[in-house]
Design a protein around this ligand. Structure first.
Ligand SMILES: Nc1nc2c(c(=O)[nH]1)N[C@H]1C(S)=C(S)[C@@H](COP(=O)(O)O)O[C@H]1N2
Ligand SMILES: [Mo]
Length: 257
């Protein structure tokens, strides 16, 4: 069999650079631009890439393949590094898809955590009830794909404790989150059950401040910043891929750190 050699013009190289800019997280762009060639991408995905949308879908396929590999490599018992209190970054950086003056102001007394999907007891939870569960805290590093990282101290309820308590189906694939600011994301069950995955109620020993996700955020030192939802309003357990705010715009779904 004679293989047709596909050659790519300067134009298609520009299309690739453009597609990478659209789908890749900022910190990965330079890396991808240096390592991915159109020929390589075509070989990986078995498609000839001659327009914008085929390039974008090929990059998406590589990202999904990356999700599966990260999922397989994830060791549910391996702990992320922890640090002494003296290494906490002060002040801790704020980040969201909007500015700090637009942080949602939530009334903790009125707030209810809604549960749905593959969960036996879907009764909504109050903040008071969450605070009555056994609490723990940890000092870990938060890594944001926008190019910064910082060490912080988060306290709250191990998510595994909560999921077992409400009778979540621990064999389901995904746990999804809906937030008060229209942010949403989802994680794999193995990470949900990881011992350092925390339903966070405090920051540095104080009630979680508004800008860091009051009344409750999910903190996972095994995942990148965008996978850590703040101001959580609803949690659901499902086998149907739920995506996420940045993930649906091309960020890698697994998002391991
Ligand atoms: N609800 C909500 N959660 C969110 C975000 C957001 O915009 N809204 N941004 C994510 C991103 S990209 C980062 S880096 C962290 C920032 O958390 P911090 O403000 O505690 O540093 O929150 C994550 N969780
Ligand atoms: Mo981020």
């Amino acid at each position: 069999m004679i293989k047709k050699k596909i050659t790519y013009s300067k134009d298609s190289e520009l299309m690739l650079a453009d597609a990478i800019r659209r789908v890749a997280a900022p910190s990965r762009r330079t890396f991808l631009q240096r390592t991915i060639t159109l020929g390589g991408l075509a070989l990986l995905t078995g498609c000839s890439l001659d327009d914008d949308s085929s390039i974008e879908s090929a990059l998406g396929q590589v990202s999904q393949w990356n999700d599966r590999v990260q999922g397989k490599l994830f060791d549910p018992n391996r702990l992320a590094p922890t640090y002494p209190d003296s290494m906490i970054t002060r002040p801790f950086p704020f980040n969201a898809f909007y500015g700090e003056d637009e942080v949602p102001q939530i009334d903790g007394g009125e707030w209810r955590l809604e549960l749905s999907g593959m969960i036996a007891d879907r009764t909504p939870w109050t903040l008071r009830k969450l605070r009555a569960l056994p609490q723990t805290d940890q000092v870990t590093r938060h890594i944001c794909v926008e190019g910064w990282s910082a060490i912080g101290k988060w306290g709250g309820v191990p998510f595994a404790t909560f999921l077992k308590r409400v009778g979540a189906d621990l064999n389901a694939k995904y746990v999804g989150f809906k937030c008060a600011d229209d942010y949403y994301t989802s994680i794999d069950m193995a990470t949900a059950l990881h011992p350092q995955t925390l339903m966070t109620l405090t920051y540095d020993g104080q009630t979680l401040p508004a800008q860091y996700g009051y009344p409750m955020k999910l903190r996972m030192p095994t995942k990148l910043g965008y996978k850590n939802p703040k101001h959580i309003q609803a949690i659901f357990v499902t086998n149907a891929y739920p995506g996420g705010y940045w993930e649906d715009q091309g960020y890698n779904w697994f998002g391991g750190s």
